[in-house]
Write a protein that binds this ligand. Structure first.
Ligand SMILES: O=C(O)CCC(=O)C(=O)O
Ligand SMILES: [Fe+2]
Length: 246
């Protein structure tokens, strides 16, 4: 198969039971790379929320969703962004590569409410999971908005709601309609239960199903790296710092 945007290699990782285009890649990074990245996340950058903590690189967006353009730290680029390039993941976004990474940390029992990621970003989101495995809950907007009839239709075709089991060291790529038409969230539970081929959309793509044979995933601290391409980028910071001289 020859896809126009270089995504051919990604096709084998497509989650077939979900709307186009969601991809799950187990063992995207090695255990050594995982440990190295975890060791480099700065301890003084965390913003603590009530049920998780997070940090944004190179910075949080301004109020009108603009990114002050600056390079990502090298531990977030190498090896991950190099591998994105090999798979063509950001080939179709305006900057053709991610320019923003959100680091979220969830301790056992913590989660995030169902939400969509909004209009500040190109519709390609790539999430690397570190430290522990977790289930992402996928719901249609129809479940929260009774007036939204198209997504109700999609829900019957695509067996939504469902879950995506994100193993540690895996990559999840969400694009296009999957990005805009669905909600995602993480239940605030200490154990993900009832895991099986019927209830987990990416069961057939898991790196090691044997770990979940009892249908359970005991939560532990999990850190996620969410890579995105912010649409609006300002070079104001580099002008002020004088790093943009020609
Ligand atoms: O941690 C995750 O996998 C999801 C994070 C997320 O949805 C977000 O930050 O918008
Ligand atoms: Fe999100």
């Amino acid at each position: 198969m020859d896809l126009p945007n270089g995504r051919t290699k990604l096709e084998v990782f497509k989650i077939a039971s979900l709307p186009p285009e969601i991809y799950y890649i187990p063992n995207f990074i090695t255990a050594e790379e995982e440990a190295s990245i975890l060791g480099k996340i700065p301890s003084n950058r965390w913003i603590t929320l009530s049920h998780r903590r997070l940090q944004a690189h190179p910075s949080t967006l301004t109020k009108n969703n603009t990114l002050l353009g600056a390079p990502l730290p090298s531990y977030l680029l190498d090896p991950i962004v190099e591998r994105f390039k090999q798979l063509g993941i950001f080939d179709a976004t305006p900057h053709r590569q991610p320019n923003h990474v959100l680091i979220n940390e969830y301790r056992k029992g913590e989660g995030i409410m169902p939400h969509e990621d909004g209009a500040a970003y190109a519709p390609v989101v790539a999430t690397v999971s570190l430290g522990a495995s977790i289930c992402l809950e996928i719901t249609g907007k129809g479940s929260s908005d009774p007036q939204d009839s198209t997504t109700e239709e999609e829900e019957s075709v695509y067996a939504i709601p469902t879950r995506i089991l994100q193993e540690r060291r895996s990559l999840l790529v969400t694009t296009e309609a999957a990005y805009s038409d669905l909600l995602h969230g993480i239940a605030a539970v200490e154990v993900d239960e009832g895991l099986s081929e019927e209830t987990v959309a990416n069961w057939g793509l898991l790196g090691d199903r044997s770990v979940f044979e009892d249908g359970r995933n005991e939560r532990a601290t999990r850190v996620s790296l969410t890579y995105r391409d912010v649409l609006k980028v300002s070079s104001a910071a580099s002008k002020i710092l004088g790093t943009n001289k020609r």
